[in-house]
Design a protein around this ligand. Sequence first.
Ligand SMILES: NC(=O)c1ccc[n+]([C@@H]2O[C@H](COP(=O)([O-])OP(=O)(O)OC[C@H]3O[C@@H](n4cnc5c(N)ncnc54)[C@H](O)[C@@H]3O)[C@@H](O)[C@H]2O)c1
Ligand SMILES: O=C(O)C[C@H](O)C(=O)O
Length: 350
Amino acid sequence: MQRFARDDLFDLAHSLLTGGGLDPEKARVVADLLIRTDELGVTTHGISMVSYYLPELASGRMTSDGRHEVVTDRGATQVWDGNYLPGHWVMTHALDAAMARARDTGIAAIAIRRSHHIGCLSTLTRIAALQGQICYIATSDPSGQWVAPYGGVEPLLTPNPWAIGYPGGDHPVLIDTCASITTVSKVREHINSGTQFAHPWMLDAEGNATTDPNVVNATPKGSILPVGGMDHGHKGFAMSLMVEMLTQGLSGHGRVEAPDRWGANVFLQVMDPAAFAGAGAFEAQVDHLNAACRDSTPVPGRGPVRIPGDRAASAMAAAETQGIALPDEVLTRIRNCAQTAGLGFPAALA
Ligand SMILES: NC(=O)c1ccc[n+]([C@@H]2O[C@H](COP(=O)([O-])OP(=O)(O)OC[C@H]3O[C@@H](n4cnc5c(N)ncnc54)[C@H](O)[C@@H]3O)[C@@H](O)[C@H]2O)c1
Ligand SMILES: O=C(O)C[C@H](O)C(=O)O
């Protein structure tokens, strides 16, 4: 692990993306959110994603030009077509639109079809939470086949993450979790480093739980188990159906159309606590519960209790004073991209 200056990582991500054909403004938005993700400590979905986006830009599967289209607009609800534009850029516009409406109406939702990958969800929900709003985001990829429905063996679903961010005292509460027990990025990381998972998080095509990430490359293909694993995976499967319903059902596009390219359907909902019992009442309840949880007697080896978002807040504070920490596998990936593009690589901070 090494630490780097924020501006250096931003410049590298921006140069790689513009070099890959993205216009400078979209590249600025994407690079900024990717670096923010690394600052939050979610390094699987930070600058390393550039290495996956560049081939998408080169092939035209990630679109560079134009804007999203508004398909329907009923005030509190909208459907957008993201035209496979970079997901971070589409989501920045969707957040602005939903937050503005929620300030008026108390609640606003946008279902987006055909965006490209949106990265780390809590990097996005945090933006609204810092402005006093509650933000829910769910996403799925209707072309993805990584997770089997609980009780079946064929992978049909994606990790199907959902996240909710809200004001929580010193820093936002950032709940951000997949419906699967781990992510595609973690599976790729384990395959690349030749390591097994510590727990049986995968399912082979015969229906056996295994620690081996390589089952996703076998024929027939294995899968990632849902949250709850082999014995209690009905819980993850339920979450997965919820995410698919919100993202594909409400956007009116998905597995029925069977897209054959990497993409993202998204459901975004913003709620203004002031429009319910009032922002003060909301904060009093949230702060009280968070404090009670944090004050719990720690379970040996597990505690103390951490509220989701606490680790991100510490990572951000450390990034601010010491620079952004990147693990070796991310460095290798991004160094290769920089080398291929003929760009220099920033010096690590001492
Ligand atoms: N865009 C996409 O298609 C996509 C797909 C999958 C995952 N992702 C991103 O990948 C990232 C990782 O997802 P994940 O499911 O592996 O998350 P995870 O398992 O690392 O964390 C899940 C949740 O648990 C919380 N948490 C973790 N340890 C905790 C503890 N000890 N105590 C209290 N809370 C704790 C985290 O804050 C988070 O809210 C997320 O940021 C997600 O948005 C994106
Ligand atoms: O990489 C993907 O296709 C989805 C997601 O980012 C993941 O890591 O699971």
